[in-house]
Design a protein around this ligand. Sequence first.
Ligand SMILES: NC(=O)c1ccc[n+]([C@@H]2O[C@H](COP(=O)([O-])OP(=O)(O)OC[C@H]3O[C@@H](n4cnc5c(N)ncnc54)[C@H](O)[C@@H]3O)[C@@H](O)[C@H]2O)c1
Length: 375
Amino acid sequence: MTQFRSPRLLQMLFCGLTFTIWCSCGNRPAERSFLQADNPIPVAVVGVGVFGRNHARVYQELERQGEAVRLVGVVDSDLNRADAVAREFGCRAFGSVKQMLTTHSEIRAASVAAPTVHHLAVARALMQKGVDVLIEKPLAASLAEADELVQLAAAHKRIAQAGHLERFNPAVRATIPLLTQPMFFEVHRLSVFTPRSLDVDVVLDLMIHDLDIVLSFANSPVKEVRAVGLPILSGKVDIANVRLEFASGCVANFTASRVSTERVRKLRFFQPQQYVSVDYGRQEVLVFTVGADDGADSGAPTVNPQIKVAKPPVTSEEPLHAELKSFLHAVRQRSTPVVPLEDGRRSLALALDVIAAIREHGKKVGVAGLAKAKG
Ligand SMILES: NC(=O)c1ccc[n+]([C@@H]2O[C@H](COP(=O)([O-])OP(=O)(O)OC[C@H]3O[C@@H](n4cnc5c(N)ncnc54)[C@H](O)[C@@H]3O)[C@@H](O)[C@H]2O)c1
């Protein structure tokens, strides 16, 4: 048997072995040293329709503001669309991920903003080539696809974030330190009708934002889902009302509509001695606290309880700016993103349960007949 007498030789063999294992695990050579330095991270956006264009805009704005990022290219299966967005933001246009990575293998991170049915195929092509991904919400079209995305990220050691934008809303972030024991949520997300995102219903289009926020605030498993939904202008559910009960006893009511006459984005909740109102759109938080004068609570019930109103400071910021900055930070630090794919999967699972509850309710009361009558 070979005996290693020289410590230097042993050290060289160990380093070589570590390097071989590291390379064969899917990491790109020199990735760490590249990302640890202040080199701009070369990024791309795949799918530059209405929302993907915003990703391209924000990456370019971040670059101009001095963030270490460089928008290299945009991909869209509609080449005219890719060309137009590339011209607008001064980068290259491509018709597919494969075409882009053949000539631009330096790309390290990408936003996936193609329609949801294409998220898996696009993100797979990127991750297999060593690109970190931010995948728009809803994470995937099914739980099986979401699971495959989670597995791909682990197998290729990729930083992978789910695009739940409202987590980065400054009003939401200012609310997190206020949470004690929320027991009742009332959430409204109402939009006027636009012929967009009609491939999915209002639950996957709009309500999933609030399901994700309330899941993260309530911090307890969902015990019961009751829901009603109706198709109004599209062939899919356009308005829905949902009641969730959590194992903790907390209850949450959600209303989401894309056929409203006004735009509302509000989340309100009650917890012991407190009512908190969050306006996502205005980025404002109001806190109403019931109790005795400052710190002088005698424990006796007050006949006329004083209600103190506070408006915690919120530093306004476009949520997409905050989201992409946070993603780039995770890419550079190789750290777990603020919204990992597992959270995207959890919100998708709940949204799919809500859709199943709407169907169940529709069958029971004959709402399917109403949908037919609409046409
Ligand atoms: N986080 C949010 O608040 C938010 C808001 C809107 C949309 N979204 C999500 O963003 C995604 C895109 O939505 P949208 O409203 O921008 O849709 P959209 O239809 O306006 O844009 C999608 C674009 O992707 C392109 N495309 C289709 N297949 C492709 C493929 N395989 N590769 C590359 N490009 C492809 C299309 O040509 C189109 O330009 C969806 O998942 C949607 O749910 C998120």
